[in-house]
Design a protein around this ligand. Structure first.
Ligand code: SAH
Ligand code: SF4
Length: 347
């Protein structure tokens, strides 16, 4: 484990690695070699970096930390979906999910340990919030899961609210793009709707897909489901999303969690259609994945189909989240709750 006094190498960008080489009195081309070992080859140990002189490897081992996560548990469902529980250097645990499809391999990564937002239906929110992940800890998840099956796509949709960890998220995106070699177009950031941060993303014109967890067609209901949204009025959120689509020319995804008897009626669908119609977007319906201790139910297949039909009649493009990995407790935060054995108390 990393000592607090040592500088951490995993998570440094190429230019930061170049500065490190300067500090060590090493030529700058070593920075490229280090980046290649760390982010392309996923080396977990300086000893593996065989094109570095032995003396330099020893020096690095003595003075610099190279910290990667450890796999605590791994559950594989029949469809190949594999959920990982990873232990970080300070003993905290997070979840990441590997989702192999015929044409791509997605990894769903966490950005925080727990989540401070506290959506009433969410298992992660119920575990509380411990801390932000560093850029290195975010990138580590992609590389650790890639050891099983090389990731082509990254979705920031695991534990935590990515836009409340903005700087580390941006740095992780940069590392994944520049060093790991994953194009921005293959990355999706899912957010509960932190309006000022979406504005910053729009200004940066990043070519990412933005997925906004809407869950309700009006402010009052949204506030009940996502208490933090009291700070970010729906109207303002939608206007920022429109700017994001205008600036980046990227289609926004509006995620809509379907909760039986709460937000799943045809009238909710009609109001949702009115809100988003005409925007460069589509709606992704997410049938609720039941969480122990949460008093919500998943709507019937009929209710889901009816909701979808109303949106489509209004000209809104709709997709439905593919059901994958049911047997590995796929909804966000559930594996951790099972494994730490606090499922019934963490409500
Ligand atoms: N914090 C971000 C990203 C992580 S949550 C966000 O909220 O967007 C990723 C998605 O999982 C969100 O759309 C969230 O609403 C959804 N989700 C949370 N709990 C769920 C559950 N029990 N069943 C289905 N989806 C859930
Ligand atoms: Fe946090 Fe997203 Fe869960 Fe809400 S749904 S508590 S924002 S992880």
């Amino acid at each position: 484990m990393a000592s607090d006094r040592q500088k951490e190498i995993f998570g440094l960008t190429s230019s930061e690695l170049a500065t490190l080489c300067d500090e060590l009195g090493e030529p700058r081309y070593r920075a490229k070699q280090l980046a290649n070992w760390l982010y392309r080859k996923g080396a977990r140990d300086f000893d593996l970096m065989t094109n570095l002189p032995k003396a330099l490897r020893e020096r690095l081992k003595d003075t610099i930390s190279l910290t990667r996560s450890q796999i605590v548990t791994k559950y594989k469902a029949e469809d190949g979906t594999t959920k990982f529980l990873l232990r970080l250097a300070d003993g905290e645990t997070i979840e990441s999910v590997l989702l192999p499809y015929p044409d791509r391999v997605s990894v769903c990564v966490s950005t925080q340990v727990g989540c401070p937002v506290g959506c009433v239906f969410c298992a992660t929110g119920a575990t509380g919030f411990a801390r932000n992940l560093t850029a290195g800890e975010i990138v580590d998840q992609v590389l650790t899961l890639s050891e099983e099956n090389r990731a082509t796509h990254v979705v920031f949709m695991g534990m935590g609210e990515p836009l409340l960890n903005f700087d580390n998220l941006l740095k992780a995106i940069q590392l994944l793009h520049d060093e790991v070699g994953i194009s921005m177009r293959r990355m999706t950031v899912s957010t509960v709707g932190i309006t000022p941060a979406i504005r910053r993303m729009a200004d940066l014109k990043l070519q990412l897909t933005l997925a906004v967890s809407l869950h309700a067609p009006e402010q009052d209901l949204r506030k009940r489901l996502v208490p933090l949204s009291a700070k970010y009025p729906l109207e303002e959120l939608l206007s920022v999303c429109k700017d994001y689509a205008d600036y980046t020319k990227r289609r926004i995804t509006f995620e809509y969690l379907l909760l039986a008897g709460v937000n799943d009626s045809p009238s909710h669908a009609a109001r949702l259609a009115k809100l988003v119609r005409g925007a460069l977007c589509h709606v992704n319906l997410i049938p609720f994945n039941e969480v122990l201790g949460k008093d919500f139910r998943r709507p019937s297949e009929r209710a889901i189909a009816a909701f979808r039909a109303v949106l489509e009649r209004h000209g809104v493009q709709v997709t439905q989240r593919a059901e994958r990995g049911h047997t590995v407790a796929a909804a966000c935060g559930q594996l951790k709750r099972h494994s730490v054995g606090n499922a019934s108390s963490a409500v």
